[in-house]
Design a protein around this ligand. Sequence first.
Ligand SMILES: [Fe+2]
Length: 260
Amino acid sequence: MSLEDYLETAGPYLDYVADLDPAGIAFSAGVQQYKFEANWKFQVENTIDIYHVAFTHKSWLDILSDKAGKRIPFVRNMTQNEEWRTLAFPNGHAVHEYRSIDPADQPEEIDGGHDVGIGELLPFNMVIFPNLGFVGAQLRIITPIAVDRTRVELYPMVLPSDPAGSEKALRDHEAFYGPAGFGSADDMEVAFERVTQGLEATATPQDWVLIARGAKREEPREDGVRIGRSTDELPHRSFYGRWRELIRAGADAPDGMVQP
Ligand SMILES: [Fe+2]
């Protein structure tokens, strides 16, 4: 399968990333790496799950609100802003969008980012199945080491034509994702490692983690893309649906291997 066929309708989002700067994106800021004791798919979920921000990163939202002198409207946008939405593409790719990337839909002036202070060069979070992510100002690669151990590499994107904007995005990125930042520590302890411990508890044989939020209100588009609301678990259904297809195909394949 060609890359174009694999990306299919998710392709324009990668084009958007590539077109952030006419001179091309630089990765001159280096790479930030971390490991955690949990399955790699938690980090995939986390890349395209917005609602965890409201509670996992509540202390960060409180700090941003204190600095702004008013409550930042993240939760209100998440629950009420119809521009914030989720999209599921064929082959398991998924996006959470803060505003449309369609050139015909662009406002005359873009009023800031999405107010979460992580270096918002991109108006969306995206996962290209299975393990390539884009969030804020970074490209993210998620690598499984073992079933319960994961390595993640974050590459901040630098725009050569906008040194001042890139500098601000990098400082914001550091504040949230850096070694002394507020965000990654929350995610690793609460969203990955404590959730792993919680999943080891079994009360009944029917204990399943449901990712059904918004399943009944998914809106299929003519091109096969499915649209959901901001807090819907549509991206997760997209990812795990493709994952299940591949696992089942692998079980049937003579050598247990299939190509994504
Ligand atoms: Fe997070």
